[in-house]
Design a protein around this ligand. Structure first.
Ligand SMILES: Cc1cc2nc3c(=O)[nH]c(=O)nc-3n(C[C@H](O)[C@H](O)[C@H](O)COP(=O)(O)O)c2cc1C
Length: 246
C-alpha cells in the first residue's frame, strides 16, 4: 500500500451512511434560535478544505459570521430571505482566483516532507505560474490563447485558464466542491444549511470587506432546522434526462 494511503484508523464511509447523509441534506430556510459551537464550525471547515481542488492551490476562503450586528446588516443584503434572517451563523464562501501565487509559495514552504521533490518545486515555480499568470489587462492570457491555438493544431493541450474570467471559473469549480463538503459536514453534526446566491453582491462586498478579486459564490445559512424549515418536497429529474452512458 502507498505510504500516502488514508490512515487505517479512518473507517470507510459505508454506501448507506453516505447516501443517508446526502439524502438528509435539504435547503432549509428557517432555523431555530440556537447558537452553533465554534468547535463544530471548525471541524466542518477542516472537512470543507479537504475537497479536491485544482493543482492543490486551494483557491477559496471563508468568512464565518456569528456577530448578531453583522448578521443583521446582511439580512437586507440577502434580500430579506428567511434563511439569512433566522440563521445563527452565515458563512460567506469566496472563490479566490487571486491567491494562486501565494499558494504556490506556501506549498513549497509547507511541504509535508523534509525534502520538496524536484518535480513539485518545478511545477509550483514554473508550470503553475505559466498557467495562471494572465498578466496586466490579461495580456499574457491573450498571448497564451494565440500560442495554444497554434500549437494545439498538432497536439492535445490544456488550453485554459487564459483570461481573468477563466481564472474566476477555475477558482469557482474548486470552491463549489469545498462548499458541498462543508454542507455535508454540517449535516453530519445534525445541522442544516441553505446555500444562497440571492444577495446583492455590491452591498455584500462592502459589508464584509471582500477583496476586490475574490468571488463570493454563495452565502451559507447554518443552524438547527426549524420544523417548517423545508418549504417543498424534493424534486429531481430522472437520471435518463440527464445522464448518457457511453
Ligand atoms: C448556488 C446555489 C444558490 C442558491 N441560492 C438560493 C437562495 O438564494 N435562496 C434559497 O432559498 N435557496 C437557494 N439555493 C437552494 C436551492 O434552491 C436548492 O438547493 C434547490 O431548490 C434544491 O433543493 P434541495 O437542496 O432541498 O434538494 C441555492 C442553491 C445553490 C446550489
Amino acid at each position: 500500500m502507498s505510504r500516502f494511503a488514508v490512515e487505517s484508523s479512518c473507517l470507510p464511509a459505508t454506501p448507506d451512511a453516505l447516501r443517508a447523509l446526502i439524502e438528509q441534506r435539504r435547503a432549509v430556510r428557517r432555523f431555530l434560535d440556537e447558537p452553533v459551537a465554534d468547535e463544530i464550525l471548525r471541524d466542518c471547515l477542516e472537512q470543507a478544505v479537504l475537497a479536491p481542488n485544482a493543482c492543490n492551490l486551494q483557491p477559496w476562503s471563508f468568512q464565518v459570521i456569528r456577530d448578531p450586528e453583522l448578521r443583521r446588516r446582511l439580512v437586507p443584503v440577502c434580500l430579506g430571505q428567511n434563511a439569512a434572517r433566522t440563521a445563527p451563523v452565515l458563512i460567506a464562501v469566496l472563490a479566490r482566483p487571486d491567491t494562486w501565487r501565494e499558494s504556490c509559495a506556501a506549498i513549497i514552504e509547507q511541504w509535508p516532507e523534509p525534502q520538496v521533490p524536484e518535480k513539485i518545486r518545478d511545477f509550483y515555480q514554473r508550470t503553475a505560474p505559466f498557467q495562471y499568470n494572465q498578466g496586466a489587462f490579461g495580456l499574457r492570457g491573450l498571448f497564451k490563447r494565440v500560442l495554444y491555438a497554434f500549437v494545439g493544431q498538432r497536439r492535445a493541450l490544456m488550453r485554459q485558464p487564459n483570461s481573468h474570467a477563466e481564472m474566476r471559473l477555475w477558482a469557482v469549480k474548486s470552491t463549489a466542491l469545498a462548499a458541498q463538503n462543508l454542507m455535508l459536514a454540517l449535516q453530519s453534526h445534525g445541522l442544516a444549511t441553505c446555500p444562497m446566491e440571492g444577495f446583492d453582491e455590491v452591498r455584500l462586498r462592502k459589508v464584509l470587506e471582500i477583496p476586490r478579486r475574490a468571488v463570493p459564490i454563495m452565502l451559507l445559512a447554518v443552524g438547527r432546522a426549524a420544523e417548517n424549515g423545508v418549504y417543498n418536497p424534493r424534486l429531481r429529474f430522472p437520471l435518463e434526462q440527464r445522464v448518457s452512458w457511453h
